[in-house]
Design a protein. Sequence first.
Length: 199
Amino acid sequence: MLKKIAFLGLFWFAMLAKAEDGYETLTPAQPVQNPDKIEVIEFFWYGCPHCYHLEPAVAAWLKTKPANVEFIRQPAIFSDLWAKHAKAFFTAEVLGIVEKVHADLFDAIQNKKQKLLTEDELLKFFSDHGVKPDDFRNAYNSFTVDAKMRQAEGMGNRYGITGVPALIVNGKYKVTGTTAKTQDNMFAVTDQLIKQESK
């Protein structure tokens, strides 16, 4: 019994130490897409107010991130609702207009209270951003978007994602508003891990 208590004490001390550092270590570590770069993945959902409020910090960080860092936006899928918004992102990705519509997708869902759940609702949104209806429908119903959706469904479990926003650094570390104490501190912790991984 004493051994068990001692083990639990050490376990919680280890967890606390990780939290004090501002991140959690992923076990096992996950492979990165490009071994020559330090990979940072942002898990998000367009319906998440915390993700929306983090966006200005993401935009500011992207302007100053080191050249050896590869940043990947990754919509999380935890329900059918999240999946519909993920499909909007992947459609934008296939059309090559993520940077053009990403902030506006957040704004439409968070501020304008547009649902953007159906193909027709998204068709109107994309049309308003200069995408031809046929181009939208071809992308939305494409094999590529379908493959990205199937891949995204299992990614949350692989990286131990239980909520968003979350940042994954080089497949090894998870940074959240909870581990970093505040959302504002998430990129400070991420930058420290990038320096550590760059050595």
